[in-house]
Design a protein. Structure first.
Lengths: 87, 561
């Protein structure tokens, strides 16, 4: 039977997995699309925007907002699954 | 009605509102004073965080900086928003679960050491003072520009207002006034932006207008690129900074944001861990509204400025140029005497100088909006400056009364501690006011300091304190000091000792002083990790505490010791 401790370890591992994926996206939209590959992306267009420029001044910020809300939803689900949520 | 009358009415009304809220929500206990009793809803806390975060610089100067920097200005947009992702994912929920009042509280407990705590207090005080001096100056400038009083008087009026609600209301008063201030500032920012966007591109949403087309059908940004390159400037959508430097500055600003004590402390005010996560999300939504509008105002402003002046007869310039020429924020100098304005990159031939603050300050006039909108922008700018100043003053007073005084005199009563906190807040207001009236010449330069230091000192030790049970006090203290000293030395050398050396050729690894906090942070992480592994692990009860803060259940209200 899994002990309380093992369960908490599993919870923490899942938490870290979630963080890793979300932070990877965080890095890609800002540092990746907005800075490192901005010139390549500027070859493409989004309406009147060059794509790389759009990421740097608009897209990355929208993505940040979405990331936090995805995190909130996922963590709330994880908390309930492992029965560590607050009453 | 005259602009000045409208300004007095709108600014007066907004001040009456703030003071009313402060009286209604004044603090009765240290808990209310430090963390608003821990009972603020996530939505209200998100709004307050946004107002706390967006300073006079965000409101007045940021769009203008982007106007002139174009793509390079993206470092501020990404840097000052991306930090909230780090905050929400890596810090806020755990610090809320930890459940004390301040960042030095956490550092002191997690690293079981008064030395670590005192180092943290010194960092917190230094960062907050640097920041608040700039805010007070901002308050003074806004007052003097709009109410036509001397800057000194502007600072004094601002001090009185902040004094009133920060000293009386503590965190509780500040939080609810900040909610009101957010509403004022965002409304004031959006109204001119929406109208300008409509006039230029026919799209009422500035974020879409920026990607829209001007009257002749070409996309606005392409048109701007074309016009600017023709005049000898760099294209708006391409950068001049190196990729390394862009990367490092953005990183330093993001991590610095997540390490700023007045931002972190906001997440102690919500009731539950769940709320701390959600509240960071709301905060970023409210911040993003302004931060995605700013680049639109920036590009519209630059387009308008060139379109209405370049090669135009001086006698036929639009009215707002004449109005703002009086304040010296715009200068027209017909060097070649042809009666027309030449705006070009070559400084010897250029005849038009525009201060960056114009892009927001003059936006209502550029859009030919009625006078009350000008008054509204004044009230918004004041709200931005006051809300940030109040948040910072609270961190200063808490650091003094709680982190310094109570650490060494743990037995003082709640009532006495509250009195000390109020005295400290009052002292901090006076000191900040002094710097506002007599600004040390380096205020503009020290902004890089505040972020660099927050990035290089707090961020790594908090992260490691949560995500590792092995990091001990020796590692944390060594890490903080290394990060701090390295960053200070680098910035002081290039900004104060040898400013003439401050060019890309002399920078280490091509990183400018603005971005050096990133390197300081990496050093802090390395030193902290290495030293910790060479010295004994932290005591068992500290390791248990770390395990405990990782799990949401059982977070009570923010507790006293």
């Amino acid at each position: 039977m899994p002990t309380h401790n093992d369960k908490m370890k599993a919870y923490w591992r899942k938490n870290l997995q979630t963080l890793f994926i979300l932070l990877l996206v965080w890095f890609i939209v800002s540092f990746g699309c907005g800075i490192l590959f901005v010139n390549e992306l500027n070859e493409f267009r989004l309406g009147g925007y060059k794509l790389g420029f759009w990421f740097a001044q608009q897209g990355s910020i929208f993505a940040f907002v979405i990331l936090i809300f995805v995190y909130v939803v996922r963590m709330n689900r994880l908390d309930r699954e492992f029965d560590v949520d607050e009453e | 009605m005259e602009i000045l009358t409208w300004t007095y009415i709108l600014v007066g009304l907004s001040f009456a509102l703030y003071i009313g809220i402060a009286i209604w929500s004044r603090a009765g206990s240290t808990q209310e004073f430090y963390v608003a009793g821990g009972g603020v809803s996530p939505l209200a806390n998100g709004m307050a965080t946004a107002a706390d975060w967006m300073s006079a610089a965000s409101f007045i100067s940021m769009a203008g900086i982007i106007s002139f920097a174009g793509y390079d200005g993206s470092v501020y947009l990404m840097g000052w928003t991306g930090g909230y992702v780090l905050l929400a994912l890596l810090l806020a929920p755990y610090l809320r679960k930890f459940g004390k009042f301040t960042v030095p509280d956490f550092v002191g407990d997690r690293y079981y050491s008064k030395t670590a705590k005192v180092v943290a207090v010194i960092c917190a005080l230094f960062i907050s003072f640097t920041y608040v001096a700039g805010q007070m100056r901002g308050v003074g400038i806004v007052f003097s520009r709009y109410l036509e009083v001397p800057i000194e008087w502007g600072v004094v009026i601002g001090m009185c207002i902040v004094f009133f609600y920060a000293v009386l209301g503590g965190m509780k008063g500040i939080t609810y006034t900040q909610v009101a201030q957010y509403c004022v500032l965002i409304f004031a920012y959006m109204v001119p932006a929406i109208f300008i966007s409509m006039q230029l591109t026919g799209n009422a949403i500035p974020q879409l207008g920026l990607g829209g087309s001007v009257a002749d059908g070409t996309p606005l940004l392409d048109k701007l690129d074309g016009v600017l390159t023709e005049l000898g400037f760099a294209a708006y959508t391409s950068g001049r900074k190196s990729i390394t430097d862009m990367f490092m500055i953005t990183l330093a600003l993001m991590v610095g944001t997540a390490g700023l004590p007045h931002v972190i402390v906001r997440f102690f005010t919500v009731p539950r861990v769940k709320d701390a996560r959600l509240s960071a999300g709301y905060a970023l939504v409210f911040i993003a509204i302004l931060y995605t509008t700013a680049p639109a105002i920036a590009a519209f402003g630059m387009y308008n400025a060139i379109d209405t002046t370049s090669e135009k007869n001086i006698s036929e310039l639009p009215e707002w140029i004449a109005t703002w020429q009086k304040t010296d924020l715009i200068k027209v100098d017909d060097k070649n005497g042809d009666g027309k304005v030449q705006y070009v990159a070559d400084p010897d031939a250029n005849e038009l100088t525009i201060d960056r603050d114009i892009m927001v300050l003059a936006s209502p006039e550029i859009a030919k909006l009625p006078n009350w909108v000008v008054g509204l922008v004044a009230a918004g700018a004041m709200a931005a400056a006051l809300s940030t100043a109040a948040g910072l003053l609270l961190v200063i007073s808490t650091s003094v009364s709680r982190d310094l005084f109570k650490t060494f005199r743990p037995d003082i009563s709640d009532k006495k501690e509250l009195r000390i906190a109020r005295f400290a807040a009052a002292g901090a207001v006076l000191l900040a006011g002094y710097f506002g009236v007599n600004p040390p010449g380096f205020v503009a330069q020290v902004v890089a300091f505040a972020f660099g230091l927050a990035a290089a000192s707090f961020f790594p030790v908090i992260i490691m304190g949560i995500f590792s049970t092995r990091i001990n006090k020796e590692g944390a203290i060594a890490g903080m000091i290394t990060g701090l000293v390295f960053t200070i030395v680098y910035i002081v050398y290039f900004k104060f000792i040898s400013p003439e050396m401050n060019t890309a050729d002399n920078w280490w690894f091509g990183v400018s002083p603005e971005g050096i906090g990133s390197i300081g942070m990496i050093l802090n992480f390395l030193v902290c990790g290495i030293i910790s592994h060479l010295t004994p692990p932290p005591p068992q009860e500290v390791q248990d505490m770390v395990e405990e803060i990782r799990i949401p259940r059982g977070a009570g209200k923010a507790q006293d010791h």
